[in-house]
Design a protein around this ligand. Structure first.
Ligand code: 9WN
Length: 478
C-alpha cells in the first residue's frame, strides 16, 4: 500500500491482508503458553494484565474458547481486594530472564490480600481493558455452540470484572473524583512517558541494592528503553510499596507517587460501558447496573474536570501537589477513549489530533499519533513511551473513533496502522519519523490488534456509542 503526500491511503490488497493475518496468528501461537500468552518471546516472558486483555481480543477471532481462557487464567490470580495484578510470573521462566521478577515481589505474596501462590504476582495493576475484551469474545463467537460457551464465560467472569472495577472505583479513588490513582509509572502502562517526569524528579531515591538491567539485553539500542535514572526511581517506588506491605491504605498515606491517571481512568469508563452490556447479557441485578452506570458517569465528569483549554488535551493530576501535569501525550485524548463527549469537546480534541502536535506533524512517516507530541518537552523519538508510535494505542484510538461515529477517521487509522505493520513487522513500537521497528519483535498485543483489525467486523452500533453485534466469521482468511 502507498501513502500519498497528503496521507490519503489505499487499502491493503486482499492477499497482503491474508498474509498479515496468518503472520499475526503465528506470533500469538509462538508466544502461547497453553492457558496464557507471553507478552513477548524474550523481553516479557510472563503474563501481563492489559497485554492479556488485548491478546484475548485478537485470539477471539481465532478461537473464542482460548481467548476466554486467557482472561480466566489472569483472573485466577485476582487479589482479594479485587485488584488484577499487573504481572503473573511464569514459574518456568529462568530467574534471570526478567527483572524485577517473582523473587523481587515475594512480599506481595505475603500480603493477606494476595492470591494463592505460586505463581507469584506483582502487587501493582494496569489499565482495565478486560471487560472490553470479554465483550469482544462474546461478539466474535460465531456458531450456536461458541455462543453458548461465550455466554457461560460471561457469567463466570462478570462478578470478577465487577469486583475489579469496584476496587478501582473505590480503593483507587477514595476521593470519589471519578479518576483512578496509580502508585507507579508501571501501572499506567506508559512507563517512561514525560507525564511522570516532574513527579519522579521530585522523589529522592534512597539506598538501592545493585540490580541488573536485563531488558537492555533484548533490544538493539539501550536508547529504546527507559534510562538507568528512570529505573532507579521505578525500583525505589517498588521498595516503598513493599515497605507499605502492598497495603492500599498505607500507600495512600505515605507514598510520594500518587497520580490521577487520565488514560487509565478513561479506559475504566469505556470498560464500564462494556461491563454494562455484559451485565445485561448475564441478567445482573438492577442494582449492579446502576452502580456501573454511576461509575461511568462519575468517570466522565472527572475527566471533564481535567480538560486544559490551552493545550486542548486532558491532563493527569498529581495528588501530592494537587496540580495538573502539563504534558502533551497520547493520554491527553482520554475523553475520546472514555466516549460520551459533547460535540464541541470532540471537535477540539480532533483539532489537536490533526495538528502538528500529533498526526499532522509533517515529519511523520505515517499519520499515526506519536506517544508524546514531537513538539513538546520530553519528546524523544526512539525512547519507548516518549515518542514512538504504539499499535496498541492506535487500536484504542480507532475503537474510540468508531464509538464517536467518526467512521472515516477510524478507517484511516486502521488502514495506516495495518500498512505500518505490513511494511515493518509486529514490533512493540515504531520510530515515528523513520518508521523503524523498535523494542521487542513479535510483540503479542501488536499481533492481537492486527487480528482484530483484519478479522473483526466494524462493531455495529458504533454510531450509538456501543459495541453490540460485530461478529467475526472471516476465519477463511487463515
Ligand atoms: C513493565 C508488557 C509491558 C506492557 C507495558 C510496557 C512494558 C514493562 C517493562 O511492557 O512494561 O510493566 O518491563 O517495561 O510499558 O505497557 O504492559 O508488554
Amino acid at each position: 500500500m502507498t501513502i500519498t503526500k497528503n496521507h490519503s491511503v489505499v487499502d491493503l490488497a486482499p492477499d497482503t491482508k491474508a498474509h498479515l493475518a496468518t503472520q499475526a496468528a503465528q506470533v500469538l501461537r509462538q508466544n502461547d503458553m497453553g492457558s496464557w500468552t507471553k507478552a513477548a518471546p524474550d523481553l516479557y516472558p510472563h503474563q501481563w494484565s492489559w497485554d492479556s486483555a488485548f491478546i484475548a481480543i485478537g485470539l477471539a477471532h481465532l478461537d473464542t474458547r482460548r481467548a476466554a481462557k486467557e482472561l480466566r487464567t489472569l483472573f485466577a490470580h485476582q487479589w482479594k481486594t479485587g485488584k488484577v495484578p499487573h504481572i503473573v510470573f511464569n514459574p518456568d521462566a529462568p530467574p534471570d530472564s526478567y527483572f524485577p521478577g517473582a523473587a523481587h515481589w515475594a512480599c506481595a505474596a505475603a500480603s493477606p490480600d494476595a492470591p494463592f501462590s505460586p505463581p507469584y504476582t506483582s502487587c501493582l495493576c494496569q489499565p482495565p481493558v478486560h471487560a472490553i475484551a470479554a465483550h469482544r469474545i462474546w461478539e466474535a463467537a460465531g456458531d450456536e455452540g461458541a455462543r453458548a460457551e461465550a455466554h457461560a464465560f460471561l457469567h463466570d467472569i462478570y462478578p470478577k470484572l465487577l469486583t475489579w472495577h469496584r476496587y478501582l472505583a473505590t480503593v483507587r479513588d477514595p476521593e470519589g473524583s471519578g479518576l483512578v490513582t496509580i502508585y507507579h509509572p508501571w501501572e499506567s502502562g506508559t512507563d517512561n512517558s514525560p507525564r511522570w517526569d516532574d513527579a519522579l524528579a521530585a522523589i529522592e531515591v534512597g539506598r538501592l541494592a545493585q540490580y541488573p538491567r536485563r531488558d537492555l539485553g533484548y533490544v538493539s539500542d539501550p536508547a529504546e528503553r527507559p534510562t538507568n535514572a528512570d529505573y532507579d526511581r521505578y525500583l525505589w517506588l517498588v521498595k516503598l510499596i513493599k515497605r507499605a506491605s502492598c497495603n492500599d491504605a498505607s500507600i495512600h498515606e505515605t507514598h510520594p507517587f500518587l497520580m490521577k491517571d487520565v488514560l487509565f481512568s478513561a479506559i475504566l469508563v469505556a470498560a464500564n460501558d462494556a461491563l454494562l452490556e455484559i451485565a445485561d447479557l448475564v441478567g445482573a441485578p438492577d442494582g449492579d447496573r446502576a452502580l456501573i452506570a454511576g461509575w461511568a458517569e462519575r468517570g466522565r465528569k472527572g475527566l471533564d474536570a481535567c480538560w486544559d483549554a490551552d493545550l486542548q488535551l486532558c491532563l493527569d493530576q498529581n495528588v501530592r501537589t494537587g496540580r495538573p501535569i502539563r504534558s502533551s501525550t497520547v493520554a491527553g485524548f482520554a475523553p475520546l477513549i472514555s466516549g460520551g463527549l459533547a460535540e464541541e469537546r470532540l471537535k477540539e480534541l480532533l483539532q489537536t489530533f490533526d495538528s502538528p502536535d500529533f498526526t499532522g506533524n509533517a515529519r511523520l512517516r505515517w499519520p499515526l499519533p506519536p506517544s508524546t507530541s514531537p513538539e513538546s518537552r520530553g519528546f524523544y523519538p526512539r525512547s519507548y513511551w516518549r515518542g514512538p508510535v504504539w499499535p496498541v494505542a492506535n487500536w484504542l484510538v480507532w475503537r474510540s473513533l468508531l464509538r464517536a461515529a467518526e467512521l472515516d477517521r477510524a478507517a484511516e487509522i486502521r488502514r495506516v496502522s495495518l500498512d505500518q505493520i505490513a511494511e515493518s513487522s509486529f514490533a512493540e513500537y515504531f520510530e515515528p519519523f523513520s518508521g523503524e521497528p523498535l523494542g521487542s519483535p513479535d510483540q503479542s498485543w501488536t499481533a492481537a490488534v492486527v487480528l482484530d483489525w483484519l478479522l473483526g467486523e466494524s462493531p455495529k452500533g458504533a454510531r450509538a456509542g456501543t459495541f453490540s453485534t460485530g461478529r467475526a466469521t472471516d476465519l477463511d482468511l487463515l
